[in-house]
Design a protein around this ligand. Structure first.
Ligand code: ADP
Ligand code: MG
Length: 562
């Protein structure tokens, strides 16, 4: 039998390897920007088009590459950063595997222009890993990598990519992290020619002043003005950065930026240590905002566990957790009064309006119909409604048994129909004190990309900072304090790619405060009559039954049991 085992070609190997290093456009951006940082760039420009699938351009003013090195850089396992495995123990650079450029070049059309001096450098054109052209080209000192048609020759990978707007958000997240990790370096990010991030190079050698300027630039002023500085050295560990005041804690972990030796990492152990430091300053279900830089001797941390170097292992886990707990606690105590438990918003919250504007769509459907001379629904003419009365928010009817109508659910159905089926405008309430809510810059991009749709559901809001929105009006049936959770639900819809108008209205209605309303009988009857005319009188928008009927047999069984 002939042999069926083959040694794969260099190109195929690179395409397979690309799958591990390059998941999506954001990972291309991360690898290329890290290369620029390793080349000691002071300014890095990032431009993306079509979410990065069409084009990613990264330009830096770093050391550049010589004519000899440039073609080597796109070879697999070609790196200037290590010579032997031993070097891994004292790694100071972001990259070392020598895979990124080769992988990117294997699955795109890439042009690399680089020079070690201002003047003439070299230009390389690579397509699907093949070097097509190499020629001298004018270039100031530095490197430009221009990646077009990402995944063009690996259609199977392209199929599994998320949308361009999702990808642009991921790129923004990557640059936000990198610019906080390297606060001295200037970053400019353009998405579709729109400037999204622009932070200047800072010659200031100390970390904290540079980080201070950066945080001020990237985050909302109100958040910035309340952060607490952390600057603690417990040899050999150093912890520096900013932690948010407890009142700026969030309902998720989006505001947590953690760096070890200037690499962005995630570590449940460290997050836990920090949260413990907040102790009773923080409500149980809240997550603190922080931007923390930890500096470690290289031998106490292993950053090479994860191929993209996001997870790390520590030599002294318990000690480290304790150091963090104590550092956070100490920094907070210097700045903040003892815990008060009631962490209200900085603004007085208006008392909830119990005179909830009831059932507003048609104040009196009877009159409305009569005036218009429309026919009354048949059932009303044939069989009059025998309303018995109200029990809590249930309307009791005598209708071939005892019918209980859940008026909250009925109201949700009518609001849903009015809004989604009849396209009536949702009546809104203006907030007495507009509410400023914080999100991660990426979540903010999600929200602003879907803002028009969200506004159609009865919200008035606009972005005030890379990470903040100001909410000025909300649907009349919502309570202000439910907004953070509701917007998180809406973000969840966006993340899961199931965002649409009806879903947003459904989520919004699930927070409706109709349960606070007290119905009067006449109003309940009108509501029920309107319900019967709706598209689905049996089910609320969340798919739950609106009414239940206890038949004669069931009622009798209650009495004749035993
Ligand atoms: P790694 O970063 O793991 O070494 P890469 O494939 O990302 O591997 O890059 C290969 C080599 O190309 C690097 O080691 C470096 O010498 C060179 N290089 C890549 N990008 C740049 C850049 N922007 N400026 C200068 N040199 C670069
Ligand atoms: Mg690299």
């Amino acid at each position: 039998m002939s042999s069926i085992i083959r040694v794969l070609s260099e190109l195929t190997i690179n395409q397979i390897a690309a799958g591990e290093v390059i998941e999506n456009p954001a990972s291309v951006v991360k690898e290329l920007v890290e290369n620029a940082l390793d080349a000691k760039a002071q300014n890095i420009l990032i431009e993306i088009h079509g979410g990065g699938f069409l084009r990613i351009l990264i330009s830096d003013d770093g050391t550049g590459m010589s004519e000899e090195d440039a073609p080597l850089s796109i070879e697999r396992y070609a790196t200037s950063k290590i010579k032997e495995a031993e070097d891994l123990n004292s790694l100071k650079t972001m990259g070392f595997r020598g895979e990124a450029l080769a992988s990117i070049a294997a699955i795109s059309r890439t042009t690399l222009t680089t020079s070690t001096v201002d003047g003439i450098g070299v230009l390389l054109e690579v397509e699907g890993g093949k070097l097509l052209k190499m020629e001298p080209a004018p270039r100031k000192r530095g490197t430009t990598v221009d990646v077009r048609s990402l995944f063009y020759n690996v259609p199977a990978r392209k199929k599994f990519q998320k949308s361009a707007s999702h990808s642009a958000t991921e790129v923004t997240k990557v640059i936000t992290h990198l610019s906080l990790a390297h606060p001295h370096v200037g970053f400019k990010l353009f998405i579709q020619e729109k400037e999204v991030i622009n932070t200047a190079f800072s010659p200031e050698p100390d970390l904290l002043p540079a980080l201070n300027t950066r945080v001020k630039h990237l985050f909302e002023e109100e958040l910035f003005s309340s952060v607490v500085e952390v600057d603690i050295e417990l040899s050999p560990y150093k912890i520096r950065g900013y932690i948010g005041s407890p009142s700026h804690a969030r309902i998720n972990r989006t505001g947590q930026y953690l760096f070890i030796n200037q690499r962005s990492i995630s570590s449940p152990l460290i997050s836990y240590g920090i949260k413990e430091g907040y102790g009773t300053y923080l409500q149980e279900n809240k997550h603190p905002f922080y931007i923390l830089h930890l500096f470690f001797p290289e031998h106490l941390v292993d950053v090479n566990v994860h191929p993209q170097k996001k997870e790390v292992r520590f030599a002294e886990e318990q000690k480290l957790k304790e150091i963090l707990r104590a550092s956070i606690r100490e920094s907070l105590q210097k700045k903040i009064e003892p815990p008060r438990y009631a962490f209200s918003t900085p603004f007085p919250t208006p008392t909830p309006d119990y005179s909830y504007p009831a059932y507003k769509m048609e104040e009196n459907p009877w009159r409305f119909k009569e005036e218009k001379g429309e026919d009354l629904p048949l059932f009303l003419m044939d069989e009059p409604l025998h309303a018995i009365g109200l029990y809590k928010h249930y309307l009791l009817l005598d209708k071939e048994g005892l019918v209980l109508v859940d008026l909250n659910r009925a109201q949700a159905r009518l609001l849903f129909d009015a809004h989604c089926k009849k396209h009536k405008e949702m009546s809104v309430q203006r907030l007495l004190f507009p509410l400023s809510l914080q999100f991660s810059p990426a979540d903010c991009m999600h929200l602003s990309a879907h803002l028009e749709e969200i506004k159609k559901c009865g919200f008035e809001m606009h972005q005030t900072a890379v990470d903040a929105f100001l909410i000025e009006a909300i649907p009349h049936y919502l309570d202000e304090e439910d907004l953070p959770s509701l917007l998180q639900k809406i973000l969840d819809l966006i993340e899961r790619n199931v965002f649409d108008h009806q879903e947003v209205v459904r989520r919004t209605l699930s927070f409706a405060n109709t349960h606070k309303k007290r119905f009067v009988l006449q109003e309940a009857i009108s509501l029920y009559q309107e319900l019967l005319k709706s598209s689905e009188p049996d089910e609320c928008p969340l798919g739950k039954p609106i009414s239940r009927c206890l038949g004669n047999n069931e009622i009798e069984a209650l009495f004749f049991k035993n």
